[in-house]
Design a protein around this ligand. Structure first.
Ligand SMILES: Cc1cc2nc3c(=O)[nH]c(=O)nc-3n(C[C@H](O)[C@H](O)[C@H](O)COP(=O)(O)O)c2cc1C
Length: 244
């Protein structure tokens, strides 16, 4: 354990959070026992509490519990042992849902009246920012505008292409994925995030929306006896941190 973990200035909640984060490891072997649906729902709710760009929540999840489909998924995951789990959640980034999400924010606004500034943002600013047009033609024009305007003042330069929209969605979705893993961990379930899979074959097994980007398949279950194969390794903090 890190010596900082027992620092006397740290609050109880900080210590609790550290122990949760430290306890999460990528598990490579799971028990066969099913994960209760109440727990899955709780974890998905916590995943959705992740921050997202303009709160547009550009993610979706497909929960796979059907044994036949799980078996197919294990093959799609190149036969890796982590994929032999009683539950796999496909975590999908959704660069395609911003338009309906803008409408949903206004529809579901948790106050009696939607503030004017919010209404305007989701009806004008956000659509301008995220609409890249057919084959990205709007994005192309926006890139030229930004280039000119950017000479004089700071401007927001992305996302201004279909490719950048993919990155835009992946950023927020990765945060939701981390919440999801920690949530399962808090319930005593282990996880393994997997990007080792055949995306083309995955599309034949799961009903993925056309624009969805499967950023990872998350294996979930109670840890098996051989769940952890290697000791934890992290680079020294100073190797990747710059203090300015
Ligand atoms: C995006 C991503 C993809 C990963 N893909 C796989 C995978 O396909 N198979 C696997 O066994 N582990 C996979 N891992 C788990 C990592 O190998 C693991 O997180 C890393 O070695 C650190 O170990 P720890 O999570 O136990 O601290 C992946 C992790 C991430 C974040």
């Amino acid at each position: 354990m890190n010596p900082l973990a027992s620092h006397s200035e740290f609050s109880e909640s900080a210590t609790t959070f550290r122990s949760l984060v430290e306890s999460r490891r990528a598990a490579r072997q799971f028990a066969a026992e099913a994960v209760p649906e109440t727990i899955i729902r709780d974890c998905l709710e916590l995943a959705a509490l992740a921050p997202s760009s303009c709160n547009l929540q550009p993610w979706s999840f497909q929960v796979v519990r059907d044994p036949a489909r799980l078996q197919q998924l294990q093959q799609v995951c190149l036969g890796q042992s982590a994929a032999r789990a009683p539950l796999i959640i496909a975590v999908l980034a959704r660069p395609d849902t911003w338009r309906s999400a803008c409408a949903d924010v206004l529809k579901l606004w948790p106050e009696a009246a939607v503030p004017r500034v919010i209404d305007r943002f989701y009806k004008e600013t956000a659509p301008f920012q995220y609409n890249q047009g057919w084959m990205g033609w709007r994005g192309f024009i926006k890139r030229q505008m930004v280039r000119v305007l950017g000479y004089k003042r700071p401007v927001m330069r992305t996302p201004n292409s279909l490719m950048q929209m993919r990155l835009w969605a992946v950023k927020s979705t990765a945060l939701a994925a981390q919440n999801l893993m920690l949530a399962f961990q808090s319930h005593g379930y282990s996880t393994c995030p997997m990007e080792g899979f055949d995306e083309k074959r995955l599309k034949k097994i799961l009903p993925l929306p056309k624009e969805a980007i499967p950023i990872m398949l998350l294996a979930v279950g109670l840890p098996g006896v051989h769940a952890i194969r290697n000791p934890r390794l992290r680079f020294p903090l100073e190797q990747n941190v710059t203090w300015l």
